[in-house]
Write a protein that binds this ligand. Structure first.
Ligand code: HEM
Length: 347
């Protein structure tokens, strides 16, 4: 199916859609308690979420991700730092250079969203480390330091409130009610998210914590940070308005043709008492960071559209030395991503 016209796809804009775009999700289960034994089976929460993402993007858009539909794929390699070994035995962080494939993206399921549109932020980065013997491991992060919901159910409620809010909905609207009762989500919606100059000028945050184990068996919890060597640089609102719709997707390959684009990969370490299972809780910025190494992006792939269709990133595709925290959002992501993947490849 061809992408919907942009004005139709974005007609839900405004606070509501913006909130949602955050990235995803779900519907409250008005799927229903009914006494009728013959009622249609209730869809699972991940299925409901993908359905709601489709509604919010005037989709489904066949062949595209239900969220982060618009993206660009590039390749390069990762060079580990010595300090990485003090944190973890994970093979991608030892002494060898590792090839990577990376996809940058705009939020929403709208395949032709203008890159500078406020709903395109937070932007995404998905990094796949391609280790020997066909072993892969992924990092999947966003360009906001914070997430609007602590659980999949809360995120579902947020998106449900967005979907139920229309221009003529009486006040207080469902989204106003939701944000009034969820200060962290309100703070997220209000957080400035200026459009970047380039994907090479964005900082990305892992948000969900992981447990890292080193050779001595010492464990530390931490969150990834991906920091652009070219600096975090943003456009003014006025500049953003004048940008071509694909300026981010087009600029990265042009920049790579002139030379590599580099990011530092670091882990922000938790201190005792820092919440380990809640992406709405931002840890203080002065927490110690361990350098894991440098991400060196070298080439745009010539067939980005074909590549991104078959790529399926998974934040729980992990190697020894890194384990998930019990953050319920982290645990949920692979399931909802698999639903989106299954639908976009027609499984
Ligand atoms: C309940 C929470 C979440 C839901 C329901 C959700 C849902 C989705 C869905 C359906 C996709 C499309 C997957 C595909 O078709 O391959 C997606 C992609 C993505 N999500 Fe999430 N997500 C959630 C949380 C997060 C968090 C916490 C982050 C970052 C820390 C994140 C970052 C991304 C990125 C970067 C992509 C694009 C990956 C790519 O380039 O293929 N998401 N998400």
């Amino acid at each position: 199916m061809a992408p919907a016209p942009i004005d139709a796809s974005l007609r839900k804009s405004s606070l509501a859609f913006a909130a949602a775009l955050v990235l995803c999700c779900a519907h409250l289960a008005h799927a229903a308690e009914t006494a009728e034994p013959a009622a249609a089976p209730t869809k699972s929460l991940p299925e409901q979420i993908v359905d709601t993402l489709d509604v919010l993007s005037s989709g489904p858009h066949a062949g595209y991700r239900a969220n982060h539909a618009k993206g660009v794929v590039v390749t390069g390699h990762f060079v580990p730092s010595r300090s990485a070994r003090s944190l973890t035995v994970a093979p991608q962080f030892q002494s060898q250079k590792v090839p990577v494939i990376v996809r940058f993206s705009d939020t929403t399921g709208v395949p032709n969203i203008p890159d500078a549109n406020s709903n395109a932020s937070p932007h995404g980065i998905a990094i796949r480390f391609e280790l020997p013997k066909g072993v892969n491991t992924d990092i999947v992060s966003l360009s906001t330091n914070g997430f609007p919901a602590a659980t999949p159910e809360e995120f579902a409620a947020l998106l449900s409130a967005i979907a139920a809010t229309h221009a003529d909905t009486p006040k207080p609207t469902p989204i106003e009610q939701f944000l009034g009762a969820h200060p962290k989500a309100l703070a997220f919606v209000k957080m400035p998210k200026p459009a970047p100059v380039s994907f090479a000028n964005l900082t990305f945050y892992g948000l969900n914590a992981f447990k890292f184990t080193n050779q001595a068996g010492t464990t530390r919890y931490g969150r990834y940070r991906i920091i652009p060597l070219a600096g975090d640089k943003r456009l003014s609102e006025e500049q953003a308005k004048g940008m071509p719709p694909n300026y981010l997707m087009d600029e990265l390959p042009a920049r790579l043709a002139k030379g590599p684009v580099k990011f530092r990969l670091a882990v922000q370490l938790a201190e005792p008492g820092d919440p380990l299972n809640d992406g709405t809780e931002v840890w203080p910025d002065e927490r110690k960071q361990i350098e894991l190494g440098t991400l060196v992006l070298e080439k745009a792939v010539p067939d980005s559209a074909a590549q991104e269709k078959q790529l399926a990133f998974n934040p729980l595709l992990l190697t020894d030395g890194i384990a998930p925290s019990d953050d319920p959002v982290l645990q949920f992501r692979p399931i909802v991503y698999a639903v989106s993947y299954g639908r976009r490849v027609g499984k």
